[in-house]
Design a protein around this ligand. Sequence first.
Ligand code: GAR
Length: 203
Amino acid sequence: MNNNKTKVAVLVSGGGTNLQAILDAEKTGIIKSGEVVLVVSNKTGAFALERAAKAGVKGVTITRKAAGSQEAFEEQLTKTLEETGIQLIVLAGFMSILSPEFIKRWDRKIINVHPSLIPSFCGQGFYGLKVHEAALAKGVKVSGATVHYVNEIPDGGEIIFQKAVRVYPNDTPEKLQLRIMKQAEWKLLPAAVEKLSAEIISK
Ligand code: GAR
């Protein structure tokens, strides 16, 4: 662990391709001011945890079900984050909404990646493939991804980076999801982690 780097936690729920993009960006030097020291999954057996283990990063599972309530879940999460000295929290495919109390504790220290151009196709109920299904149903010709600060409004925090991606006539939600990941999410998220990590260590 390098003390001159911002300590980053990545919160995940599933496959973890965005986590992988961050881990890869650390290796290639795109991220030089931050280090992922903790991965927390709120789903048992998430493949993202295998990615963390492979990279030698501590992985922890905390589920609301096992904790008993959202409050208890967030208490355990806060304890784990504080014990590890976390300075920046990245939601990367984290499919759970955090309480205003939790978010306030980490004001401007939590960022999220969302697979659309906010304010389109975002907020409660818009996650994963559902976002791309809604975009295709609307017939948009352009979609994309957004990295934003997390505040108490779901997908409502200040936008950090955004990138547009073309939608093609024969797109399926899966095809569009992959194009948006490749062209936007996997680039924007590591770039945002570096930007914020650099800001945090320079303070
Ligand atoms: C990503 O497309 C991410 O933007 C989206 O879920 C996918 C997770 O993939 N997140 C949301 O929809 C949050 N509202 P990953 O686990 O492979 O990174």
